[in-house]
Design a protein around this ligand. Structure first.
Ligand SMILES: [Zn+2]
Length: 249
Protein backbone atom coordinates (compact mmCIF):
# COMPACT_ATOMS: atom_id res chain seq x y z
CA UNK A 1 0.00 0.00 0.00
CA UNK A 2 1.35 3.40 -0.88
CA UNK A 3 1.41 5.79 2.01
CA UNK A 4 1.22 8.77 -0.30
CA UNK A 5 -2.00 7.56 -1.84
CA UNK A 6 -3.82 6.71 1.29
CA UNK A 7 -5.48 8.76 3.94
CA UNK A 8 -6.65 7.01 7.03
CA UNK A 9 -8.28 7.93 10.25
CA UNK A 10 -6.44 8.83 13.40
CA UNK A 11 -6.22 7.04 16.70
CA UNK A 12 -5.08 8.08 20.14
CA UNK A 13 -1.35 8.63 20.51
CA UNK A 14 0.85 9.41 23.41
CA UNK A 15 0.89 13.04 24.45
CA UNK A 16 3.75 14.92 22.95
CA UNK A 17 6.77 16.44 24.61
CA UNK A 18 7.35 20.00 25.68
CA UNK A 19 7.34 22.80 23.18
CA UNK A 20 10.53 24.29 21.88
CA UNK A 21 11.36 27.94 21.51
CA UNK A 22 8.97 30.24 19.61
CA UNK A 23 8.63 29.79 15.88
CA UNK A 24 11.45 31.33 13.91
CA UNK A 25 10.84 33.37 10.82
CA UNK A 26 11.36 31.90 7.40
CA UNK A 27 10.42 28.82 5.49
CA UNK A 28 12.26 25.60 5.22
CA UNK A 29 14.01 24.94 2.02
CA UNK A 30 14.99 22.34 -0.50
CA UNK A 31 17.86 24.30 -1.86
CA UNK A 32 21.45 23.41 -1.74
CA UNK A 33 24.38 25.64 -2.39
CA UNK A 34 27.62 24.46 -3.82
CA UNK A 35 30.64 26.44 -2.73
CA UNK A 36 33.14 27.55 -5.37
CA UNK A 37 35.18 24.65 -6.60
CA UNK A 38 38.91 24.61 -5.88
CA UNK A 39 40.99 25.76 -8.84
CA UNK A 40 42.94 22.53 -9.00
CA UNK A 41 41.06 19.33 -9.78
CA UNK A 42 40.19 17.64 -6.55
CA UNK A 43 41.20 14.04 -6.16
CA UNK A 44 39.28 11.66 -3.94
CA UNK A 45 40.14 12.42 -0.36
CA UNK A 46 42.54 9.93 1.16
CA UNK A 47 40.89 10.67 4.49
CA UNK A 48 37.68 8.72 4.41
CA UNK A 49 35.26 9.98 7.04
CA UNK A 50 35.32 7.81 10.12
CA UNK A 51 31.65 6.96 9.85
CA UNK A 52 32.42 5.10 6.63
CA UNK A 53 35.23 3.13 8.22
CA UNK A 54 35.16 -0.17 10.02
CA UNK A 55 34.15 -0.86 12.75
CA UNK A 56 32.02 2.27 12.99
CA UNK A 57 30.12 1.75 9.76
CA UNK A 58 28.83 -1.63 10.96
CA UNK A 59 28.03 -0.51 14.50
CA UNK A 60 24.32 -0.95 15.17
CA UNK A 61 21.96 -1.94 17.92
CA UNK A 62 19.77 -3.91 15.55
CA UNK A 63 21.22 -6.94 13.81
CA UNK A 64 20.02 -7.76 10.35
CA UNK A 65 17.88 -5.85 7.93
CA UNK A 66 15.88 -2.85 9.05
CA UNK A 67 13.09 -3.72 6.65
CA UNK A 68 11.55 -5.95 9.29
CA UNK A 69 10.99 -3.12 11.75
CA UNK A 70 9.46 -0.67 9.31
CA UNK A 71 6.71 -2.92 7.99
CA UNK A 72 3.21 -1.73 8.80
CA UNK A 73 1.89 -3.79 11.72
CA UNK A 74 -1.41 -5.54 11.21
CA UNK A 75 -4.48 -3.47 12.07
CA UNK A 76 -2.51 -0.24 12.37
CA UNK A 77 -3.57 2.69 10.23
CA UNK A 78 -0.79 3.71 7.85
CA UNK A 79 -1.12 7.41 8.66
CA UNK A 80 -0.92 6.66 12.34
CA UNK A 81 2.13 4.46 11.81
CA UNK A 82 3.92 7.15 9.83
CA UNK A 83 2.99 9.85 12.36
CA UNK A 84 4.24 7.85 15.34
CA UNK A 85 7.49 6.97 13.62
CA UNK A 86 8.17 10.52 12.47
CA UNK A 87 7.51 11.68 16.01
CA UNK A 88 10.03 9.14 17.32
CA UNK A 89 12.67 10.02 14.72
CA UNK A 90 12.30 13.69 15.56
CA UNK A 91 12.44 13.06 19.32
CA UNK A 92 15.50 10.82 19.14
CA UNK A 93 17.35 13.07 16.73
CA UNK A 94 16.57 16.04 18.93
CA UNK A 95 18.08 14.20 21.90
CA UNK A 96 21.26 13.43 19.99
CA UNK A 97 21.56 16.99 18.84
CA UNK A 98 20.94 18.18 22.37
CA UNK A 99 23.94 16.20 23.56
CA UNK A 100 26.34 17.58 20.95
CA UNK A 101 24.83 21.05 20.74
CA UNK A 102 27.62 22.71 22.71
CA UNK A 103 29.98 21.69 19.88
CA UNK A 104 27.71 23.08 17.15
CA UNK A 105 28.24 26.81 17.32
CA UNK A 106 28.19 29.68 14.87
CA UNK A 107 31.99 29.61 15.05
CA UNK A 108 32.49 25.87 14.54
CA UNK A 109 29.66 25.52 12.03
CA UNK A 110 29.15 28.83 10.20
CA UNK A 111 27.16 27.01 7.49
CA UNK A 112 24.83 24.02 7.35
CA UNK A 113 27.52 21.77 5.92
CA UNK A 114 26.80 18.14 5.10
CA UNK A 115 29.77 17.28 2.91
CA UNK A 116 33.05 18.80 1.75
CA UNK A 117 31.25 20.59 -1.10
CA UNK A 118 27.75 20.85 0.28
CA UNK A 119 26.09 23.56 2.32
CA UNK A 120 22.31 23.63 2.66
CA UNK A 121 20.61 26.98 2.44
CA UNK A 122 17.40 28.17 4.01
CA UNK A 123 14.63 30.00 2.17
CA UNK A 124 13.67 33.06 4.15
CA UNK A 125 10.38 34.93 4.20
CA UNK A 126 11.36 36.81 1.04
CA UNK A 127 11.88 33.46 -0.71
CA UNK A 128 15.60 34.12 -0.85
CA UNK A 129 18.20 31.43 -0.26
CA UNK A 130 20.31 32.34 2.71
CA UNK A 131 23.20 30.67 4.44
CA UNK A 132 22.61 30.17 8.12
CA UNK A 133 25.00 28.88 10.74
CA UNK A 134 24.20 25.21 11.37
CA UNK A 135 22.89 25.75 14.92
CA UNK A 136 20.48 28.40 13.65
CA UNK A 137 19.38 26.25 10.73
CA UNK A 138 18.85 23.24 12.98
CA UNK A 139 16.96 25.27 15.55
CA UNK A 140 14.65 26.51 12.79
CA UNK A 141 14.07 22.96 11.55
CA UNK A 142 13.47 21.47 14.98
CA UNK A 143 11.19 24.29 16.08
CA UNK A 144 9.24 24.06 12.84
CA UNK A 145 8.81 20.30 13.24
CA UNK A 146 7.87 20.59 16.93
CA UNK A 147 5.20 23.14 16.06
CA UNK A 148 3.80 20.83 13.38
CA UNK A 149 3.74 17.91 15.82
CA UNK A 150 1.92 20.09 18.34
CA UNK A 151 -0.66 21.20 15.78
CA UNK A 152 -3.75 19.03 16.09
CA UNK A 153 -4.78 20.02 12.56
CA UNK A 154 -1.53 18.61 11.12
CA UNK A 155 -0.77 15.68 13.43
CA UNK A 156 -4.12 14.76 14.96
CA UNK A 157 -3.94 12.79 18.19
CA UNK A 158 -7.55 12.75 19.30
CA UNK A 159 -9.99 10.05 18.28
CA UNK A 160 -12.24 11.25 15.50
CA UNK A 161 -9.73 13.76 14.13
CA UNK A 162 -8.67 12.74 10.63
CA UNK A 163 -5.28 13.35 9.10
CA UNK A 164 -5.42 16.19 6.59
CA UNK A 165 -5.05 15.56 2.86
CA UNK A 166 -1.78 17.46 3.00
CA UNK A 167 -0.31 15.11 5.59
CA UNK A 168 1.83 13.03 3.18
CA UNK A 169 3.34 16.16 1.62
CA UNK A 170 3.99 17.66 5.06
CA UNK A 171 5.70 14.52 6.27
CA UNK A 172 7.90 14.38 3.17
CA UNK A 173 8.97 17.93 3.84
CA UNK A 174 9.70 17.13 7.48
CA UNK A 175 11.65 14.07 6.44
CA UNK A 176 13.83 16.02 4.02
CA UNK A 177 14.76 18.51 6.73
CA UNK A 178 15.46 15.86 9.36
CA UNK A 179 17.72 14.15 6.83
CA UNK A 180 19.74 17.35 6.67
CA UNK A 181 20.18 17.39 10.42
CA UNK A 182 21.42 13.79 10.33
CA UNK A 183 23.74 14.73 7.47
CA UNK A 184 25.20 17.67 9.36
CA UNK A 185 25.83 15.62 12.50
CA UNK A 186 27.59 12.89 10.51
CA UNK A 187 29.64 15.41 8.61
CA UNK A 188 30.58 17.82 11.39
CA UNK A 189 30.06 16.04 14.70
CA UNK A 190 30.84 12.39 14.24
CA UNK A 191 33.83 12.70 16.54
CA UNK A 192 31.53 13.77 19.34
CA UNK A 193 29.22 10.84 18.63
CA UNK A 194 32.24 8.53 18.83
CA UNK A 195 33.48 10.22 21.96
CA UNK A 196 30.15 9.38 23.58
CA UNK A 197 30.40 5.85 22.18
CA UNK A 198 26.99 6.44 20.68
CA UNK A 199 27.77 5.37 17.13
CA UNK A 200 25.74 2.13 17.35
CA UNK A 201 22.72 4.15 18.53
CA UNK A 202 23.18 6.91 16.01
CA UNK A 203 23.77 4.51 13.10
CA UNK A 204 20.72 2.50 14.10
CA UNK A 205 18.58 5.60 14.27
CA UNK A 206 19.77 6.77 10.86
CA UNK A 207 19.44 3.34 9.23
CA UNK A 208 15.93 3.03 10.66
CA UNK A 209 15.13 6.53 9.38
CA UNK A 210 16.40 5.64 5.88
CA UNK A 211 14.63 2.29 5.78
CA UNK A 212 11.38 3.83 6.92
CA UNK A 213 11.70 6.71 4.47
CA UNK A 214 12.19 4.33 1.57
CA UNK A 215 9.38 2.00 2.64
CA UNK A 216 6.83 4.83 2.77
CA UNK A 217 8.22 6.92 -0.11
CA UNK A 218 9.21 9.80 2.11
CA UNK A 219 12.75 10.11 0.81
CA UNK A 220 14.18 10.65 -2.64
CA UNK A 221 17.44 8.86 -3.11
CA UNK A 222 18.91 11.97 -4.68
CA UNK A 223 18.22 13.81 -1.43
CA UNK A 224 20.09 11.11 0.44
CA UNK A 225 23.08 10.99 -1.88
CA UNK A 226 23.25 14.59 -3.08
CA UNK A 227 24.53 15.76 -6.46
CA UNK A 228 27.80 14.45 -7.95
CA UNK A 229 29.47 17.80 -7.30
CA UNK A 230 27.87 18.14 -3.85
CA UNK A 231 27.67 14.73 -2.24
CA UNK A 232 25.94 14.24 1.07
CA UNK A 233 28.67 12.66 3.22
CA UNK A 234 26.26 10.51 5.18
CA UNK A 235 24.55 9.51 1.91
CA UNK A 236 27.47 7.15 1.30
CA UNK A 237 26.23 5.09 4.22
CA UNK A 238 23.25 4.15 2.07
CA UNK A 239 25.36 2.07 -0.34
CA UNK A 240 27.55 0.76 2.45
CA UNK A 241 24.57 -0.47 4.44
CA UNK A 242 23.02 -2.03 1.36
CA UNK A 243 26.24 -3.98 0.84
CA UNK A 244 26.14 -5.07 4.47
CA UNK A 245 22.51 -6.19 4.18
CA UNK A 246 21.34 -3.60 6.70
CA UNK A 247 19.21 -1.77 4.12
CA UNK A 248 17.34 -2.92 1.04
CA UNK A 249 17.98 -1.47 -2.38
ZN1 LIG B 1 27.42 21.77 13.73
Amino acid sequence: MSFLNSIGRSMQRNPRGPKRSPTPTGQSTDNVSIPPQPSSPSSPSPNKPLYLCSPFVEAALVKGNFKTIVVLPKYVDIMEWVAVNVYDFYTNLNEFYGVITEHCTTQSCPTMAAGPQLNYTWINQDRKNVHLPAPTYIDYVMTWVQNLLDDEAVFPTKAGHDFPQSFPATVKHVYRQLLRVFAHIYHAHYNQILHLRSEPHFNSLFAHFLAFGREYELLDIKEVKGAPQALVGAGMLWEKWKELGILDG
